[in-house]
Design a protein around this ligand. Structure first.
Ligand code: BG6
Length: 472
């Protein structure tokens, strides 16, 4: 791997910080939304008041990252810590100071910060009062928020991500885009409006970042799960192709070409959906496409898609595919307890596919496995995690060294334990265990897991030696 390859890790601050209403922070959608458990999982939710107390432990947590040898660390600036309501006239100085201090500490430790600008953290007030990104006013609030943050951190932060997993906005609209689907709006309409509005929000952020700090590198980001056809029947291949376009490629197609792709326009036209997309917005999307530096994505698993034999109407069929809830499984792969299938080579497939389609530098900004773990005598033997990472790093090396993909870096999910997006502490992702239970905060002490030492070794030898001969 090239010498400046960014080996690192990533975190969503809203899931780790806690510090619920401290120092002027406002409530955000992650704090307030009622969680629907993952399919088949008993609800064991934690409140977000303390989470894993990263708010108070951030220096200690960064010390662990430095000890692991991370070259880069991705975190998110919690929107409601800076603009507690979202439509505030003035930002919260304590929030800005907090993240500036975090960046300074990272730089002091020789770790490159990678900053996400919206990650499940829209101020709750923007959801209740404006219905989030379904309302164009919220795009203005967001652009103002981005400008405030970038102004404060410019010159210190080089890598920015405009919007975490932007392609998931239409599916989990409350958490990802701060918007509920109005009663008189169909799912396809919600899909179209949110896809357009979040694309405008992304473009506005690119414009702001490049204007405030022309040296900065800006990337768009999606949650990438490639859809394979369930069988080699042409109906299933067509279904998977449609799903990949609408679910995975759409945001990057818009971000890189600067226009709405023909398959999306076709989708809109076939359903007579009226879109609000004026000339100024078209222009900002077009101009931002020329300023975009890289494309980032999370990868946890691949998925499968099949057609529906009993649906003959094409429009109905497409929508059944797009909003498919059947949870189809790939018979070739095992899964973790939450049913997330493990397909290491799917990462190589994704890298090659995205690179061929966009010819832009790629950045893996999330990859990891959630495991229910127990602390025994101060130790956690997370061999399953090591095996997961081994498979995925072997696969990305093939994509880079054999297939010639231009990959900037790899950020494991995650340096420390935190609450899952469904507010579960049982589903742990960290290299560092944090001692709390779902209903008891215990002492929140930090412990290095076995994988901590394994990843430390991988980074030290630039991904050459992935063996797990770790003394622990
Ligand atoms: C991504 C998110 O969707 O997946 C993270 O960007 C999230 O915030 C991660 O934590 C893993 O998902 P989950 O639901 O297991 O937390």
């Amino acid at each position: 791997m090239k010498k400046d390859f960014l080996w690192g890790a990533a975190l969503s601050n809203v899931q780790a910080e806690g510090g619920y209403l401290e120092d002027g922070k406002g409530l955000n959608v992650y704090d307030t939304l009622v969680v629907t458990p993952e399919k088949g999982i008993p609800p064991m939710f934690c409140d977000t008041a303390v989470a894993t107390d990263h708010y108070h432990h951030y220096k200690e947590d960064i010390d662990f990252m430095a000890e692991m040898g991370l070259k880069a660390y991705r975190f998110s600036v919690v929107w409601s810590r800076i603009h507690p309501l979202g439509d505030d006239e003035k930002p919260n100085e304590k929030g800005l100071a907090y993240y500036e201090d975090m960046v300074d500490y990272l730089l002091e430790k020789g770790i490159e910060p990678v900053v996400s600008l919206v990650h499940f953290d829209m101020p709750d007030h923007l959801l209740r009062t404006y219905n989030g990104f379904l309302n164009k006013k919220v795009i203005d609030f967001y652009a103002k928020h981005v400008e405030t943050v970038v102004n404060r951190l410019k010159g210190k932060v080089k890598y920015w991500l405009t919007y975490n997993e932007i392609n998931l906005a239409p599916y989990q609209s409350d958490l990802v885009a701060g918007a509920y689907c109005p009663d008189n709006m169909s799912k396809p309409e919600l899909f179209v409006h949110l896809s357009i509005n979040t694309a405008i929000a992304h473009a506005r952020a690119v414009e702001v970042i490049k204007r405030v700090d022309p040296q900065a590198w800006v990337g768009g980001m999606i949650g990438h799960a490639p859809f394979y056809p369930l069988t080699c029947k042409s109906e299933d291949i067509i279904a998977a192709d449609f799903k990949n376009k609408m679910h995975n490629y759409l945001p990057f197609d818009i971000m890189t070409s600067g226009q709405l792709p023909s398959y999306f326009l076709n989708y809109i036209q076939n359903r007579n959906i009226n879109i609000k997309f004026d000339e100024k917005e078209r222009q900002v999307i077009l101009e931002s496409s020329q300023k975009l530096d890289y494309l980032a994505f999370s990868y946890y698993q691949s998925s499968v898609q099949s057609s529906f034999d009993d649906i003959t109407d094409f429009i109905e069929l497409e929508d059944a595919i797009l909003f498919d809830q059947r949870g189809l499984k790939n018979p070739n792969y095992t899964a973790n307890e939450w049913g997330w299938q493990i397909d290491g080579e799917g990462l190589r497939y994704s890298l090659v596919d995205l690179y061929q389609r966009y010819h832009k530098p790629l950045f893996i900004v999330e990859n990891g496995i959630g495991i229910d773990e127990k602390l025994v005598d101060g130790k956690v033997y997370d061999d399953e995690r090591i095996q997961y990472y081994q498979k995925h790093i072997v696969s990305l090396k093939r994509a880079v060294e054999h297939d010639g993909v231009d990959l900037m870096g790899y950020l494991a999910w995650s340096p420390i334990d935190f609450l899952s997006s469904h507010k579960e502490i049982r589903k742990r992702y960290g290299f560092v265990y944090i001692n709390r239970d779902f209903d008891d905060l215990l002492d929140l002490k930090r412990y290095r897991k076995k994988s901590f030492y394994w990843y430390q070794k991988v980074i030290a030898n630039n991904g050459e030696d992935l063996s797990d001969d770790i003394h622990y």
